[in-house]
Design a protein around this ligand. Structure first.
Ligand code: ATP
Length: 134
């Protein structure tokens, strides 16, 4: 029986992570889900939020925004619009993005502008949470 999973996180720009892990927790569109070795094949859309994995007794956090997670043959593949390991997140950049999004939300007249600002705010806040967990 296989005891470990391979986790791969890819964005349009780069391979963010490729590692053997023991567990993956991910922000599914309909709520968080967890993957242990020997999970059945599974596909889920992802929310803006934090993904974490456990390896060698340690927990690691990764920011993910948009995309999908697929589980098959003890491999978890995450295709995200953007993803960063906690230690790679620029906290000051996220703080500035949060301020900009809050200003845009306060001024937004069109629904679409409001929705974009809301999504930018969610990304900034999720990055700050993930950075804080590092
Ligand atoms: P910003 O307004 O600061 O660009 P954003 O949420 O619009 O934030 P994204 O579109 O999600 O940014 O990402 C664009 C690129 O910048 C991606 O490669 C992403 O990994 C990177 N990125 C964005 N914010 C940060 C951050 N705070 N720290 C590190 N990388 C970041």
């Amino acid at each position: 029986m296989e005891k470990s999973l391979h986790l791969e996180i890819v964005t349009p720009d780069r391979l963010v992570l490729s590692e053997k892990v023991d567990y993956v927790g991910a922000p599914g569109y309909e709520g968080e889900f967890g993957i242990l070795p020997n999970h059945i094949p599974f596909l889920s859309a992802l929310n803006i939020g934090s993904l974490y994995y456990k390896a060698g007794g340690k927990t690691h956090w990764i920011f993910v925004s948009g995309g999908f997670a697929e589980v098959s043959d003890n491999k978890v593949t995450v295709l995200a619009e953007s993803a960063e390991r906690a230690e790679d997140i620029d906290l000051e950049r996220a703080r500035k993005a949060k301020e900009r999004a809050e200003q845009r939300l306060a001024q937004a007249k069109e629904k679409l502008d409001g929705a974009r600002a809301q999504a930018a705010l969610q990304r900034a806040m999720a990055r700050m949470r993930v950075r804080g967990a590092a």
